[in-house]
Design a protein around this ligand. Structure first.
Ligand code: TXA
Ligand code: MG
Length: 336
């Protein structure tokens, strides 16, 4: 009996390795794979295969002018996808990777233009999820991947949601459980003078970047359409209307909590939310929990036929900035 649990573990590991191995083969064969990352699920293809990358745009219904993120497994692979990355890029990757940071850098001309929607730059990220890392490593090529949702829908934070969105448009689905972070990666670019600017807020916060770099980090300045075309498009939208509210608006009945989301079908105003049938109330003990749950709740509200989602806006600090950004975009208020 003594060896059996070790044997089982080994069998499990081989089983999983086999699955990831088959997915890696699919990537090399020009096919599409949905895979988990620590932020959200991704829809991946071989970044060097222009036809496979074009299929990502088709499967998502994504506008062709919205560039993709290229995922690598090791900092050494930066040289394959970028051209002369500045020293500060290495500093950022060494400090925050693997993890939820994406850096926009000059594109290696070997990389097909379709990945970057024709831009001379490419967005690069080194995810920390073990399944993502193993997939990229076994594929032996960088993996271009947007979030695994149909364009305009909230990013999927579990496999079932990705599958419901993309169905048989995708060849292989890899499960890695619910995503740890739940919001997409922080996207930064390096401006002239080696200063870092945040193009999309995420779990690597401006405060963390500033601490690592030793100078304040700007953000929120919307890049011009030519620099980051994706920021023009609608994002993160559930079907229900999202109504942001500040923590100090009347909501006392909910009691103490770090943040709350309330989903309703018709019915009266916020104050009566708890009394009304068909009302879903979610409370979160931390902003991290809120971030992890936001897109799941958006989807749940849609499935339950709610027509409004009241979403509390956290203070613009730390991960609160990313939450505010996604909530405001989902509400149609757009860029923040
Ligand atoms: O966490 C994430 O970043 C997830 C996982 C799968 O890695 N991916 C993700 O990809 O959210 P996507 O395609 O949904 O968002 C990519 C963002 C878009 O806002 C896009 O405009 C921006 O990155 N982006 C990509 N390439 C860019 C470039 N060359 N210059 C500026 N922005 C770029
Ligand atoms: Mg996306």
């Amino acid at each position: 009996m003594s060896g059996s649990s070790a044997d089982n573990r080994r069998a499990g590991a081989i089983g999983q390795g086999g699955e990831i191995g088959r997915a890696a083969e699919a990537i090399r064969g020009g096919r599409l794979v949905v895979f988990p990352t620590e932020t959200v699920y991704g829809l991946g293809a071989n970044a060097f295969d222009a036809e496979a990358v074009a299929r990502i745009f088709d499967a998502k219904g994504r506008p062709g002018d919205n560039p993709l993120i290229v995922h690598i497994a090791d900092i050494a692979e930066l040289a394959d996808v970028t051209r002369d990355p500045p020293e500060i890029a290495y500093r950022l990757f060494e400090r925050f990777s693997p993890g939820p940071l994406t850096v926009v850098l000059p594109r290696n001309p070997r990389l097909p233009e379709v990945v970057s929607a024709g831009l001379q730059t490419v967005a690069v990220r080194l995810p920390s999820h073990p399944v993502a890392r193993e997939l990229i490593r076994l594929a032996g090529v960088p993996v271009a991947a947007p979030s695994a949702n149909r364009s305009g829908r909230p990013s999927p934070t579990d496999l079932g949601t990705a599958r419901r969105d993309l169905g048989d448009r995708v060849d292989v689905y890899l499960d890695g459980g619910p995503c740890e972070i739940g919001l997409e990666s922080t996207v930064v670019r390096i401006a002239s003078g080696a200063s870092v600017e945040v193009l999309r807020e995420g779990a690597v916060t401006r405060e963390m970047l500033a601490e690592a770099l030793g100078h304040p980090v700007r953000g929120g300045a919307p890049p011009s359409a030519a620099e980051s075309p994706g920021t023009r498009h609608a994002h993160y939208m559930p079907k229900a209307r999202v109504i942001p509210f500040d923590g100090d608006l009347p909501f006392g009945a909910l009691g103490a909590r770090a943040a709350a989301l309330v989903c309703c079908r018709e019915g009266p105003d916020l104050r009566d939310a708890q009394l009304h049938t068909g009302v879903l109330v979610y409370r979160f003990d931390s902003l991290e929990e809120y971030a992890k749950s936001l897109y799941r709740v958006f989807r749940e509200a849609d499935e339950r036929g709610c027509d409004r989602i009241y979403a509390e806006l956290p203070a613009p600090r730390g991960i609160g900035r990313a939450l505010r950004d996604r909530i405001l975009r989902a509400s149609g208020e757009g860029h923040s």
